[in-house]
Design a protein around this ligand. Structure first.
Ligand SMILES: [Zn+2]
Length: 413
């Protein structure tokens, strides 16, 4: 088993227009990831309703799990005792964990609307905590939060997030950051960015210590997380600060572009930070997975992506095709014996008709989620694979134009 982590660039989109997209290979102790790549989300060490073997068969190169959820249940010590995330879930390829910061500050406290910011700027930013119980409190040292499972109180600091993620044992981890929203004031964003910068240094120090303490374990890479919301100067500053950061003699292995991402300006934000980041390190765009957004992210130099959308949409019967997304539970498909997408190479499209999926969804059968998730995960993974092949061929921009010309975000059912 290799203990090394690395990234090499294999080709780049032609320089015209300053486009930053590239193809490459990330090397981890559990294997390689050819980039750009879509990384399916298995929040609690499972992609809901689908076997790990099926995820392998449909082309997933890695899985991203969530540190917050695994910390609460079954507990990160259990994953450590099992030999790490990969061993625990019978997934022999690379894994990622996100730091838990986003969940602690949003999902973990119920909804985004219940985040309470620190006392000094509380009133200016209280719009997002109006009339809701405040279940997460951020201070300069960390975050205190209430479990969404049983209401018990917990605390995450940069050090605890590193300890939890080292115990979980994913190949790629993310630094603990404060996740703001687009609604926070500019002043709050500045303060928060400085807090995230200080937390990033503490993450590097703790990570280095844990790497030494756990020298018998496979190497785990650490990515710094860039915040800064919609502000160009803050995004560029975050990329400069974390891109050049050295603490305890080490620097970040890669970077995550996170936080409040205004969809209309997604490409611009990704370009700002990638113009500042060291070219030779991989960049992950957190929480992005819609086809149109993936094109924008790839074009502007993001290497990997994760999102719950393919599986979450699948469970509501929404399926992707090159013409757009539609609901296979719709009445029009009751007697439609063609497949979801005649050109799709997935297991579901090889064996099952829209009429059968329609029947499963209407009957509330568990298999509906499995078959639709297999299709959607295959589709999104394969779409990013097609982007990678197009960059290698030198015709990414033509592929993008053709695809977006045919793709309707919400095809009528
Ligand atoms: Zn399919």
């Amino acid at each position: 088993m290799s203990t090394s982590f690395g990234f090499r660039i294999t080709s780049e989109i032609a320089e015209d227009g300053g486009r930053l997209g590239r193809t490459g290979v990330i090397t981890t102790p559990h294997g390689e990831i050819k980039t750009p790549a879509f990384i399916p989300v298995g929040t609690k060490a499972t992609v809901k309703s689908v076997l790990p073997e099926s995820m392998n068969d449909l082309g997933a190169q890695a899985i991203l799990a969530n540190a917050y959820h695994l910390y609460l249940q079954p507990g990160h010590e259990t994953l450590d005792a099992a030999g790490g995330l990969s061993q625990f879930m019978n997934w022999q390829k690379p894994t990622f964990t996100d730091s838990g910061g986003f969940q602690v500050m949003s999902l973990g406290v119920g909804f985004k609307k219940v985040i309470a910011m620190d006392a000094e700027t509380f009133h200016a930013d209280d719009v997002i905590a109006d009339k809701k119980e405040r279940l997460a409190h951020v201070d300069d040292d960390g975050v205190t939060f209430k479990s969404h499972l049983d209401g018990s109180m917990h605390r995450f600091t940069p050090e605890i997030s590193m300890q939890v993620q080292h115990s979980i044992g994913a190949d790629i981890m993310f630094a603990f950051d404060e996740c703001t929203t687009l609604h926070n004031t500019r002043r709050y964003q500045e303060r928060s960015l400085e807090r995230t910068r200080l937390w990033a240094e503490r993450c590097l120090v703790e990570h280095n210590q844990l790497t030494r303490d756990r020298a018998d374990k496979p190497y785990q890479a650490l990515f710094g997380v860039l915040q800064g919301a919609q502000y160009e100067d803050l995004r560029r500053k975050a990329a400069q600060d974390l891109g050049s950061m050295v603490a305890d003699g080490i620097s970040f292995d890669g970077f995550g572009i996170g936080g409040a991402l205004d969809k209309a300006n997604l490409g611009t934000i990704v370009r700002w930070v990638n113009e500042e980041l060291p070219r030779e390190k991989p960049r992950h765009l957190l929480g992005i997975g819609e086809p149109t957004d993936l094109f924008v992210g790839v074009e502007n130099g993001a290497d990997t992506f994760d999102c719950v959308a393919p599986s979450r949409e699948a469970r509501t019967s929404a399926v992707y095709t090159d013409k757009g997304r539609f609901n296979v539970s719709g009445g029009a498909y009751r007697k439609d014996f063609t497949t979801i997408d005649e050109t799709c190479g997935c297991y579901t499209c090889a064996h099952y008709s829209k009429a059968y999926l329609n029947h499963l969804f209407r009957g509330k059968e568990i298999l509906a989620a499995t078959l639709a998730t297999i299709h959607n995960e295959y589709y999104i993974i394969n779409l990013v694979d097609r982007m990678r092949q197009a960059i290698d061929r030198g015709d990414f921009l033509e592929f993008k134009k053709d695809f977006l010309g045919n793709y309707k975000v919400n095809q009528s059912a």
